[in-house]
Design a protein around this ligand. Sequence first.
Ligand code: NOJ
Ligand code: CA
Length: 577
Amino acid sequence: MSLLRTVNPESPADPVGLTEPSAEPRPFASRWWRDAVIYQVYVRSFADSNGDGIGDLPGIRARLPHLARLGVDAVWLTPFYASPQADGGYDVADYRAVDPLFGTLDDAVQLIDSAHGLGLRVIVDVVPNHTSDQHEWFRAALAGGPERDLYHFRQGRGTDGELPPNDWESVFGGPAWTRVADGSWYLHLFAPQQPDLNWENPAVHAEFDSILRFWLDRGVDGFRVDVAHGMVKAAGMPDIGAREQAKMIGSQVLPFFDQDGVHAIHRGWRRLLDSYEGERIGVAEAWAPSPERLALYVRPDELHQAFNFQFLTCPWDATAMRAVVDASLAATGSVGAPTTWVLSNHDVVRHLTRYGADDYAKGLRRARAAALLMLALPGSTYLYQGEELGLPEVRDLPDEARQDPSFFRTDGQDGLRDGCRVPIPWEGDRAPYGFGSGGTGEDTGTGTDTGTSTGTGTDAGTGSGTGSWLPQPASWAGLSVAAQTGAEGSTLELYRTALARRKELPGLGDGGMEWRPSPAAGVLDFVRPGFRCLLNTGTEPVELPTPGRLLVTSADLAAEGGTLTLPADTCTWWAIP
Ligand code: NOJ
Ligand code: CA
């Protein structure tokens, strides 16, 4: 019997990627977005260059070699614009300025240029559904100026206008309306600090065209469009007549989401994107009630991609997964668009923890297998920072460290979004694990601690002058980039190997796939040109004929004679004739 395992690449001289990015540009493939692997950087939590505990643009720039070495094609940066940070920067006060927390406009331009030099495209967030309440438009609106028409102000109901204009609820809990000094109410589908823009007003269109051009002129390769399903509200803003509306998002059309009118906006943006050289793209963050409705956002004259949240929310169940894959491919295929696959982002519990609950080992096995499944499917893939390290959700953050507005608006009932935003461990034995020395390039040693963090998890520092804005668990030392680099069987090396194979194999990426009859309950089996993927989601090992030459496996395999034993919670890639 032999134990099969994929070969790890050689150990690099620069394990955590602090080498200065080269300025040498690499050629980009055309239609690159159809099968691109795009890595989401949550700016506040990736790498901190100045030791204030908050990730920033120079920190990201210094760590770009890690992403190039990982083998991704593009980076998506979450909002780094001037913002009071009421919702992690999704409350933008000035769309053309970089928040001093994260750096300067020059830092942003240098980051884009350095990424391009490493062959990485850059996608930035645009937040068109709402501004910050500190945006100059909203301040002028509150002062009674004509800017009021750029937002949704209404009179309230009740004898004295003391009740909100309708029964809509904020996604973060509580009413979607806030009353202002003159007695009127304004709409905010998210926090009160995020007033919704009125896209019936042509000035809003003109302003966002100008914002897109501002960043396209600085070289960005595309935009992740925040709440791309929300800009248009149903005429008359009718009541919904039901509570807990946030739970209906993604399963039914609501009068504030997925209205047909949003598509005209996306068509206009596509024309604008197409007027630039180099295939600049738009990706919709759209929660639509079905794959068919989601596909409308990626028709040939609209955005290029839409996140596939049906895949993200699918349970660890072979039948359900296969159904989602089929429905996703059919829906996007019907409009000629590629499907995207995503398992985690900054708004959801990390998939390792979703799949394993409190059992880290089980969650890790499944997360590794799910990553191989996702990377074998036709289309484009989004990775969320830290999944390549096998990071779990941090569930025991102290209340005083939390920042998610939904935590405060739901009396702590919700607010799960901080646990997936804990800063990345790069190296060393103690928090902040090199997070706070990432931009200097001066400290590649171990055990760096820029402040008062103790490295014992929830009692680590929580703010300015401490190690990281959210405390990192003591158990993360073994999960750091440095600890996993070159380590046989590590999750980081699994991702590196899979991404390298994906690039080499012409049958992966864009193109077709075909299911084979499942060899056992809980097993998914499909082929692509020269390639076969087998995933066992069941609880028992499955024996089957060895399919070909092993390319990548998410767990050790036993093979004897011509028989392969595929363990539970394992995904494998094979080269086939
Ligand atoms: C989606 C973003 O991903 C999330 O973080 C944000 O809170 C909302 N949109 C509102 O902008
Ligand atoms: Ca910083």
